[in-house]
Design a protein around this ligand. Sequence first.
Ligand code: ADP
Ligand code: MG
Length: 705
Amino acid sequence: MGRIVGIDLGTTNSVVAVLEGGRPQVIASAEGGRTTPSVVGFSREQELLVGQLARRQLVLNPRNTFANLKRFVGRSWDELDEGSLSVPYTVRCNDAGNVRVVCPATEREYAPEELVASILRKLVDDAGTYLGEPVEAAVITVPAYFNDAQRQVTRDAGRLAGIRVERILNEPTAAALAYGFDRSVVKRVLVFDLGGGTFDVSVLRIANGVFDVKATSGDTQLGGNDWDRRIVDWLADAFQADHGMDLRRDRQALQRLTEAAEKAKQELSGVQSTPISLPFIATGGDGPLHIETTLERRRFEGLCPDLLDRLLRPVQRALRDSGFAAEDIDDVVLVGGSTRMPMVQEMVRTLVPLEPCQSVNPDEVVAIGAAVQAGILTGELRDLMLNDVTPLSLGLETIGGVMKVLIPRNTPIPVRKSDLFSTSEANQSSVEVQVLQGERSMASDNKSLGRFRLSGIPPAPRGVPQVQVSFDIDANGLLQVSATDRTTGRQQSVTIQGGSNLSEEDIAVLIAEAEQKATEDRRKRADIDRRNRAQTLVAQAERRLRDAALEVGPYGAERQQRAVELALRDVQDLIAEEARGSVDLAELELAVSQLQEALYGLNRRLLSERKADQGPLQGLKNTLGSLKDELFSDDEWDDWDRPSSDPWSTGSRRYTPPPYSAPRPLEPSGYQGSGSDRERPRGVVSRREPPPRRGWDEGDPWAER
Ligand code: ADP
Ligand code: MG
């Protein structure tokens, strides 16, 4: 099995990690961050931007920049609350009742998972660059409280990103793995994960490498964003009261408010009060309007009591379902950026009377756990076992719209359960099976995962036919349902698809499109690279010509100088033509290689000149060198002679300075010997040997090119 990376696909931030030599490592993004903002955008030129680059254009291009997409994953339009819908970009409901994200820049609508797929793609690409080999498989984490539809869609996003999703892993379980994979302990642990958009709590028993999840609970629509929104509303309401203008209706203002709110929120985790300043937030009758205010922690906490209340029940329920009392818990692991809020930490302390564990990094622990799970799957990590549970009860709709539970919540997975059902009317020839997930007793209050029909049941009085319905949940928490008519043996099996946004055909089309686009993108990037290389080379050639003229005079190396000039002009012409869009890049490439060759020739020529006779410039250097030698220490002056200070040698290759060589006896230099006295700077008198020369003489920085 090849390399499998672990991916924490967060609402706000995503992280990718990999096992290296048995230790999980977080992989930095191409931009250098250890976390990648889960933001996707399109520039005005329709270029796809992911992560930090997309995040940067959130304010300036709010319609084409999409954050918090995870809130839409696997959810139908009807399930979205007002909070999820108040985003600065446009979301709409398509004919099938699914959420679509509208992007004016590309004039297209996207299923949320398509955009999420580009985040996955970027993480995997960054990991591939780091590892030096393409990454084809991943363990992806999801909130433990994600239902089947949300898990299915996450897996679809992985497929759209072109990777094999080896496992869907629950985030708190991943956190527990990271916390306990290298300790031989017996502990009961409560993981409390409050991120940007979701909340999970899990209770586990960890005993010498065996991780038993006892219970899990949560709220997939509660996270740090909700706290931000309270501050946004507080600011916007005050502004409206003063100026009669609702800033939330202006996308750009809303985005600026949101950013300022998040910043204030984060600052209030450390200080008691923070200023909020939003100059030129709107224009009123009398000119520009600004927000200048201060938010105290006390006041902020007063804005969110109900949000804190929503944290209570899942914790209590998870504890109850686990069979542990709060006092039985040995450690509380806090995960997710939002657990840095003092009010949240206080709340946790009132529920479990312990100081939370400080040994894990709340931002990285989930990805680390995913990498550990990947290690378990590849066999790299042994003696670890993970027993997870299904977060929500699964069942069927029966007569009277009642949900009949087949698999209760917190049942260990994988699991298979079946039950017998019958017809409700005489001679009923088919039954419809509606699959439900949730904790409410009425079917309509729960999430419908989909429905299917078993037909061809032979005529019989009501209650006589026996239909056996089986539910299979695999280790990913994904459900498969089948129904068999026991008299005929007729079987129907379905993969639940009801809640998923995209059909199998849609996905196939998108994958094909993505492959084609990937080729196109690669070509575009190669073109840009070629152009950039040409421009860099032009600049270098110009500098080189100037240096050569200084060193050997305008005609000192005439043939080589001319060759460079000619090749340079060719490249410059082609770049200019290319900008007008009328050039074949292959032609440019050819000209570039000719210029390279010409430069190579010039450099060799200059070098041999220099070796034969150190030129006047060298004489000047030597003179200055000896003068300086009296004033400064050797080290400070080193750069003068180092090839690395030469623009030509600081190209893309890394330059390794040649080893220090002991001072050598004085060599004849231009200054001291061979008739270059003209160049001798007036008033400078050499009283000592020139400093030992390092670099130029020993190594030939160009010869390797
Ligand atoms: P997710 O898993 O959803 O991507 P993260 O775990 O990265 O989320 O947490 C992101 C959330 O944490 C954001 O809402 C962010 O504002 C919040 N956050 C980060 N640092 C702090 C802090 N110091 N104080 C309060 N909230 C914070
Ligand atoms: Mg998270």
